[in-house]
Design a protein around this ligand. Structure first.
Ligand SMILES: Nc1ncnc2c1ncn2[C@@H]1O[C@H](COP(=O)(O)OP(=O)(O)OP(=O)(O)O)[C@@H](O)[C@H]1O
Ligand SMILES: [Mg+2]
Length: 589
């Protein structure tokens, strides 16, 4: 897949996310300012606390009368309460502001991602394991969300506290501060070392948990097969083994995390204790005043705590950089072409001119070889051929899901590459072999063929598709919910809904992949009758599995190993005694 090769730096990834945040500038910027203010106000707490404890001691030493000391402390506590109140009030709004701008930024990102994913070429999805794309995107978005809503505010807040706290401890005693700063580089280096270890493990754990979720998704999606083959045990074992793998990785990470924590407890707070011990010595020899010593201790605790929170913040930011990088990779993948004429109304003549094709994922196998066929407008062409001959691949070329590697696909004599995909596809309808419906109502599923179809149009399409009677008999009629992927309807009913959808789409070209599964004779009659009506006046290409279909075809193409081996009408081909005769006798029913 054409993924942009460039590795993005964490900084550029975080800036990219910032651009999303700035889409809600009017909320984000005031919240950011409020955040700076509240973080600054957070420093008021240790400041006034120091005043509260420090000044009476100081005053007593200077023999200030007790009444005056009392008045002074009352004054300080009032200021402290005012600062707390202000901080609380602004904090209330800034939390909301951050959540609002963060969630809106995420919604923009989610919309962009979904739009982009919908635009990706079909082969991309075939190369994906079911569920892995959506699991990955979900996990990555969760990380980004966590960062926008809690890590970024936390980072800003801790930075302000760290810098402000450092200023205060310098004011208290530059000598003590220098001693403390002397220890910091060692602490920071060690923190970075452990932090990286923890991060690597948590990244691996995240990936391994996503793999485990894929197992659930695959089993749930194919639950009928899982149960029919009584493979619950197998799926459970598969899940358990991926969970065990996850646990092993998580436990390895736990060691690093534990070491990190003991390190923080021991080294970081040990350093603070050492510095305080040194300060106590200074105090006892008169090198520092009591008030400044106390202020130094208080602010050191704040600085230490804020320093201690940085590894987590940095690790979270780096994980998010990884996540945004993956999201950007998706957004950088090229989507289907949008070029080409969009004003064409086709009459439906299709021609393959010397087309060869192989799937990109299997370069060495030619699926179609030098294919030249002509499907005249309004005529019915049946394709027969053994499994794997390339019949469905023909459909995917006509729909523009894949492009021929050589040769030309002509529609009304125009090269398909010159017609926009939207224009092309809007004139084609497909009735697939296995009809999968969306989980809504019958009405909604039929209306999928034409945006904004009225109920009357839906019902008349259903009538033409021989679906109206069975729908009308359902207690809730057209409002009946079809269940996930249409599982509450029978195969024949689903097919007739797909036919109604095609009737409503009213395409020039009809691609029909006949169901291989036999329907009972009554539903088969209803389906066939509906198809007959649907094919009237359209160019139809039918992958045929039934004798009745090929009999009525204007021409039959026999495809084998990517080549047309025989071509003609049923009677002619039957008398030719070749591949067709063999297929007709063994495979068509
Ligand atoms: N997405 C894909 N990537 C790689 N190879 C593919 C892909 N889809 C199909 N093929 C291969 O291309 C060949 C033709 O497949 P195709 O689905 O067109 O066969 P078919 O004639 O429709 O068979 P059937 O009657 O079983 O549906 C097969 O060998 C198949 O394995
Ligand atoms: Mg097929």
């Amino acid at each position: 897949m054409p993924v942009a090769e460039t590795k993005k730096s964490p900084i550029s990834s975080n800036r990219w996310i910032l651009n999303y945040l700035l889409r809600e500038k009017h909320v984000f910027i005031p919240s950011l300012i409020a955040l700076f203010v509240t973080a600054g106000l957070a420093l008021a707490f240790p400041y006034f606390l120091k005043e509260l404890v420090g000044s009476p001691v100081d005053a007593l030493q200077k023999a200030v009368p007790p009444a005056e000391i009392l008045a002074r402390t009352n004054d300080i506590i009032l200021k402290l309460i005012a600062a707390l109140f202000l901080q609380a009030t602004i904090g209330y709004f800034r939390v909301q502001g951050f959540i609002r701008s963060g969630e809106s930024a995420l919604n923009h990102l989610r919309k962009d991602l979904f739009k982009h994913v919908l635009g990706l070429p079909v082969p991309y999805f075939q190369d994906q394991r079911a569920g892995s794309l959506s699991n990955r995107v979900t996990a990555d978005l969760a990380l980004v969300r966590e960062t926008l809503i809690s890590t970024v505010p936390q980072a800003v807040r801790q930075t302000v506290i760290l810098i402000g706290g450092l200023i205060f401890i310098f004011i208290s005693s530059w000598k003590l501060s220098l001693i403390m700063l002397g220890c910091i580089p060692i602490v920071v280096l060690l923190m970075a070392f452990f932090g990286r270890k923890v991060r690597n493990h948590s990244k691996a754990a995240q990936q391994s948990l996503a793999d485990a979720s894929t197992v659930i998704e695959e089993s749930v999606q194919n639950i009928a097969d899982v149960k029919a083959f009584t493979n619950e045990g197998f799926e459970r074992a598969r899940y358990e083994s991926s969970l065990a793998a996850f646990l092993a990785i998580a436990l390895r990470g736990a060691k690093a995390r534990g070491a990190f924590l003991s390190f923080i407890i021991f080294v970081l707070f040990g350093t603070i204790a050492f510095v305080v011990w040194y300060g106590a010595q200074m105090y006892s020899t008169g090198g520092i005043s009591w008030e400044n010593f106390f202020s130094f201790i208080l602010f050191s605790i704040f600085v230490g705590a804020s320093l201690g929170s940085f590894p987590e913040i940095i690790s979270q930011l780096q994980q998010t950089a990884g996540a945004t990088e993956r999201l950007r990779e998706i957004l950088d993948m090229s989507t289907e072409r949008e070029s080409g004429r969009s004003d064409l109304t086709l009459s439906g003549a299709i021609a393959f001119e010397d087309i060869s094709f192989h799937y990109a994922s299997r370069q060495e196998i030619a699926v179609l070889e030098n294919l030249t066929i002509s499907l005249p407008s309004g005529q019915r062409t049946a394709i027969v051929g053994p499994s794997g001959a390339g019949k469905s691949t023909l459909f995917s070329l006509i729909l523009g899901f894949n492009e021929p590697n050589s040769g030309k696909l002509l529609l009304d004599g125009t090269d398909a590459r010159e017609i926009s995909l939207a224009c092309l596809r809007s004139q084609i309808a497909i009735v697939p072999q296995e009809v999968m419906l969306f989980g809504g109502t019958i009405s909604e599923n039929i209306a999928y063929g034409k945006e904004g179809a009225t109920q009357a149009e839906i019902e008349s399409a259903a009538a033409l598709a021989n679906a109206h009677d069975f729908i009308a008999e359902l207690p809730e009629g057209y409002a009946t919910l079809v269940g996930p992927r249409g599982t509450k309807l029978s195969g024949g009913q689903r097919q007739r809904i797909a036919i109604a959808r095609a009737v409503l789409a009213d395409p020039k070209i009809l691609l029909l992949d006949e169901a291989t599964s036999a329907l009972d004779s009554e539903s088969e009659r209803l389906v066939n009758e509906a198809l007959e009506r649907l094919m009237q006046g359209r160019t139809s290409l039918v992958i045929a599995h039934r004798l009745s279909t090929v009999r009525h075809a204007d021409q039959i193409l026999v495809l084998s190993k990517g080549k047309i081996v025989e071509q003609g009408t049923h009677e002619v081909l039957l008398s030719a005694n070749g591949t067709y005769r063999f297929l007709a006798e063994t495979q068509l029913s």
